[in-house]
Design a protein around this ligand. Structure first.
Ligand code: HEC
Length: 219
């Protein structure tokens, strides 16, 4: 009998082995990506902030610092930059526990009052109202005199306690019965959220026309 040469492409074993290798490789890749992501989104701590170690999700004590939103030529979008110490409700020395407690109150309040029903936070929620991911960095808070407040945090807290009385758009936010304690926690929550490196999401958030103009001028 003459020996027939069988093409590898029609050989069942070739396809079975390939399927095995592809599945195995994908599984390893996915497991590696899962652990890598977990590492990337791990919240930093006060030591990182004191030593200038950049974390995607900075620790709660980031509320003791000034946060800016700057265009990165390298990455092609805005990135949060943590700067010098800055007073937050009169203090810039919140301990990890105190800052964590404030964020906790804010997070609970955001869930109880269901901010996500109208707003988007870190990609989750609705688009009825402005995205809150970078709300702390909204240039509209640069001057909070219109809210009768001296500082940005007091201005936002005042707005949250009486949004319909301080409406800035035709579509006003309803008063949700937010207490002073909740408002302070919510502002800390918003400030912390704005410090998270979200790869520039949401795009072009709250950019002033002047920022765009300056950028064009620089090109
Ligand atoms: C029923 C819908 C609704 C809910 C629920 C809601 N908001 Fe709003 N919010 C709005 C609307 C509408 C605006 C725009 C109002 C304006 O500009 O006058 C707004 C504006 C804001 C702004 C100003 C944002 C900016 O940069 O322009 C902040 C901050 C804010 N809301 C925070 C919150 C927080 C925190 C919660 C949860 C505790 C919340 N909102 C729940 C509808 C809502």
């Amino acid at each position: 009998m003459s020996k027939r040469t069988v093409s590898v492409w029609t050989d069942n074993r070739f396809w079975m082995r390939s399927a095995g290798w592809v599945t195995g490789f994908s599984a390893v890749l996915l497991i590696w990506l899962t652990f890598d992501t977990l590492g990337q989104i791990q919240m930093g701590n006060d030591n990182d902030l004191n030593n200038g170690v950049a974390k995607r999700v900075p620790g709660p004590t980031v509320i003791n610092y000034n946060i800016q939103y700057k265009f990165s030529e390298k990455r092609g979008h805005e990135v949060p930059l943590i700067g010098e110490k800055e007073k937050f409700f009169g203090r810039d020395d919140y301990s990890e526990e105190e800052a964590g407690e404030l964020l906790h109150i804010g997070k609970l309040a955001s869930q109880v009052k269901n901010c996500m029903n109208c707003h988007t936070l870190l990609g989750n929620g609705a688009y009825y109202a402005p995205d809150l991911t970078k709300a702390w960095l909204d240039p509209k808070w640069d001057d909070v005199a219109f809210l009768g407040a001296a500082t940005k945090e007091e201005g936002i807290a005042k707005f949250l306690m009486d949004p319909s009385g301080n409406a800035m758009h035709q579509r006003a936010m309803p008063n949700l019965g937010i207490t002073e304690k909740e408002a302070k926690g919510l502002v800390a929550f918003l400030k912390h959220m704005s410090s998270i490196d979200t790869n520039g999401f949401p795009r072009n958030f709250g950019k002033k026309d002047t920022t765009l103009r300056e950028k064009r001028g620089n090109q």
